[in-house]
Design a protein around this ligand. Structure first.
Ligand code: ZN
Length: 194
């Protein structure tokens, strides 16, 4: 049985709660076959029953095991670009049958893109902080006014709001924080196929 990547698992939970995780597990483990929403529902029941033989699915409290709930969850995954389907009409009943598969590889792409974006923002900020140090007014603690050296010089090191003395701000902590954050993001394992 293939296991969901922890990041993907968390993401599925955010999209649709515990049942989205169960549906995700079934999609991941039925890559080689055509599987319908009914098939997914039956597989989840069989798997949970295997883990806990006393479980009853007839009870109304087991809301998450209804076919309709599984269908809704699949559509949530579809809206989140994590699942795809094709449908064919059953010639005998005239009803549509939906076959589902996951698109978890796209999730990896989405995450990587988010990471690239976040990392480049952090690097820009770091470069900015390293190349600029700022002057702030100690008398206006509430104001977020920061002045670079040129601007502070123009102001004669006087706060334009209250006239107080502008003092150089220590941004070592911020630089340290940004560097740590960048390393953290770089080392995040975003691969789904592990
Ligand atoms: Zn001031």
């Amino acid at each position: 049985m293939k296991e969901l990547n922890p990041l993907l698992r968390s993401f599925l939970y955010i999209i649709g709660g515990d049942i989205a995780i169960e549906v995700g597990i079934e999609l991941l483990n039925s890559e080689e076959e055509d599987i319908t929403d009914e098939g997914i529902t039956e597989n989840i029941k069989a798997r949970l029953k295997g883990e806990n033989p006393d479980m009853s699915f007839e009870d109304n409290t087991e809301e998450f095991l209804k076919l309709n709930t599984v269908r809704k969850t699949l559509y949530k995954l579809y809206s989140g670009k994590l699942a795809q389907f094709r449908r064919i009409r059953d010639k005998s009943t005239g009803w549509f049958i939906y076959y589902w598969w996951h698109e978890f590889d796209l999730f990896e792409e989405i995450l990587m893109e988010k990471r690239r974006l976040m990392e480049s923002k952090l690097r820009d900020r770091l470069k900015f902080e390293e190349n600029n140090y700022f002057f702030v007014c100690k008398d206006c603690q509430d104001s977020n006014n920061k002045f670079n050296f040129d601007r502070a010089f123009e102001l004669n090191f006087r706060c334009p709001d209250c006239g107080g003395q502008l003092e150089a701000q220590d941004n070592k902590d911020l630089i340290h924080f940004l560097k740590k954050k960048i390393v953290l993001i770089e080392n995040l394992d975003l691969s789904i196929s592990s």
